[in-house]
Write a protein that binds this ligand. Structure first.
Ligand code: HPA
Length: 248
């Protein structure tokens, strides 16, 4: 059984038949909301809304440890993280779907490891390739089966938020090699690795990053909302195609 963590604009999956809702408690506190178990494309699936079902939890307030712990506890085979991002690289047009392969972490003041505290050993996980390659490829193949374009490989810069970036910050991220920018990719990806749960992300470009293209002067929240509405239909189709290809 796979899990989907839904980001902004994805608090539920179309065609997902809900079977049960589990309230989970973890040693790290409560996850962002109930874990919704159900069936999609004939397969079991767990869904969790990263920002809560009423979209009230800001990126820096998300209990990433509780979310990953709860999914691990459910015994999921892997996690697909859906996240909206700003596009930095010019060919990543608004509305495009991206499967990132690298991360640059600019977050701070977020609890970012399971391995801390007096009773915990010091553990340094390998994070050379932050996403699970087999899952990345499975997402790509799922997209091909439904004829949906996806960009394979991109560097995701994770900012602290909740504010968007300045033009200069985006220029710097671009010079650093970042292709997309979001606020929730970390520490989520690292915690999944610590928990030994396969993890890949499906990023949806919902706006040109600050200073780019139509965001030259301002980033339009209204445009973001419109893009989210259209793009999440594609995302749901892709997720259905993905789970349909996983063993029952
Ligand atoms: N920056 C950071 N996070 C985002 C953006 C952005 O431009 N768009 C959606 N999430």
């Amino acid at each position: 059984m796979y899990a989907v963590i839904g980001g902004s604009g994805l608090t539920q999956l179309s065609e997902f038949e809900i079977v049960r809702k589990d309230v989970m408690r973890t040693p790290y506190g409560e996850p962002s909301g109930v874990l919704t178990l159900g069936r999609l494309a004939g397969r079991d699936l767990v869904f969790l809304a990263r920002h809560g079902y009423g979209h009230t939890i800001a990126p820096h307030e998300i209990n990433y440890l509780a979310n990953i712990w709860a999914l691990k506890e459910m015994g999921v085979e892997g996690i697909i993280s859906v996240a909206s991002v700003g596009g930095i690289r010019a060919d990543l047009y608004t509305g495009s779907l991206v499967i990132p392969d690298q991360i640059i972490d600019h977050t701070h003041s977020r609890r970012n490891t399971f391995f801390e505290g007096a009773d915990q050993p010091v553990v340094h996980i390998d994070f050379t390739h932050p996403y699970t390659e087999t899952l990345r490829q499975a997402l790509k193949v799922a997209a091909q089966t439904i004829g949906e374009e996806v960009f394979d490989g991109a560097t995701y810069a994770c900012t602290q938020g909740p504010r968007l970036e300045t033009r200069a910050e985006i220029s710097k991220l671009e010079r650093d090699g970042a292709d997309i920018v979001g606020m929730t990719g970390m520490p989520e990806a690292a915690l999944a690795r610590e928990a030994d749960v396969p993890y890949a992300a499906l990023a949806v470009v919902v706006n040109p990053a600050a200073g780019k293209g139509s965001s030259a002067q301002t980033v339009s929240m209204e445009d973001i909302k419109k893009t989210l509405d259209v793009s999440m239909v594609k995302v749901c189709k892709l997720l259905s195609a993905f789970v349909a290809r996983t063993p029952n």
